[in-house]
Design a protein around this ligand. Structure first.
Ligand code: ZN
Length: 268
């Protein structure tokens, strides 16, 4: 029990770093796209309020606690702090505790907790900016291969490598065919890299239920957003969050449970 609490506390700390990634990586990508000398990296400038740019004191920067003590407002300019910060921290803490409970509070649990944190960062960044930063997708890919090589993931190494290669190529083929047929870009290279990374964690055979589940979720959410007029027909809906959520479900529950549930709810 205490080791699960330790994972939750670690998850809260790492969640705070996930917030840094979510805020800074898109700014760093935009700066390098415009060929500016990077005025932003992960460590510089120091944590600051996005409204008044005041640097935060160390006690303004404690995960969750500072948000509660400051009642969700900047200590300097009293502008509201986005609830995304405490939400991401809490979500990450819950996920870390759940990984420790499901896989054990050891290196295996740690590996899946890192998998989850990277997917959390990718999900929020893709939903907000439609970027999937290379540093996160490539990190996820290498961590997946390492987890297999070190025996933290029971998936054999050759399945992990095959999963990564098939993940990239299959989505690239689908996207090229879609572009050739419609002249529109449906997916970006970031999606191929993300599916490669997920293939490294789940293996080649899991890619089929993964893409099936992600497309079903995407279509369902897309149609719901259109029906409620929160999205127009030609608006772009990022695919990364659906891949991330589906991969987590498959990792947690296994493909049999997920596909069984889907066939039950659609065809029963
Ligand atoms: Zn401020």
């Amino acid at each position: 029990m205490s080791s699960i609490a330790l994972f939750a506390a670690l998850g809260l700390l790492i969640g705070s770093f996930v917030n840094v990634l979510i805020y800074r990586l898109p700014l760093m990508i935009e700066a390098s796209d415009q060929l500016q000398t990077a005025r932003f990296n992960l460590a510089w400038p120091a944590s600051h309020c996005p409204h008044c740019k005041q640097s935060l004191r160390i006690w303004h920067n404690i995960p969750l606690l500072s948000f509660l003590l400051l009642k969700g407002r900047c200590a300097f300019c009293h502008q509201a702090i986005s609830p995304r910060y405490p939400l991401v921290e809490c979500a990450n803490a819950v996920v870390w505790a759940a990984c420790a409970w499901h896989w054990g509070a050891d290196w295996t649990g740690w590996a899946w907790a890192m998998f989850s944190s990277l997917l959390l960062a990718l999900t929020v960044i893709d939903a907000q900016t439609s970027y999937l930063p290379d540093v996160l997708t490539q990190g996820l890919l290498w961590l997946g291969l390492l987890a297999s090589a070190l025996g933290l993931n029971p998936l054999p190494v050759h399945d992990a490598v095959l999963g990564a290669a098939c993940g990239y190529v299959s989505l690239w083929l689908v996207a090229s065919a879609f572009e050739g047929l419609t002249g529109k870009v449906g997916m970006g290279a970031g999606d191929f890299k993300l599916l490669a990374a997920l293939g490294a964690w789940l293996g080649a055979w899991m890619l089929i239920p993964l893409v099936f589940l992600a497309s079903t979720l995407g279509a369902f959410i897309g149609l719901t957003l259109m029906a409620t007029h929160r999205m127009r027909r030609h608006d772009y809906l990022p695919f990364g969050p659906f891949l991330a959520v589906s991969a987590s479900l498959l990792a947690w529950l296994g493909s049999d449970a997920v596909l069984g549930f889907m066939s039950h709810s659609f065809f029963a």
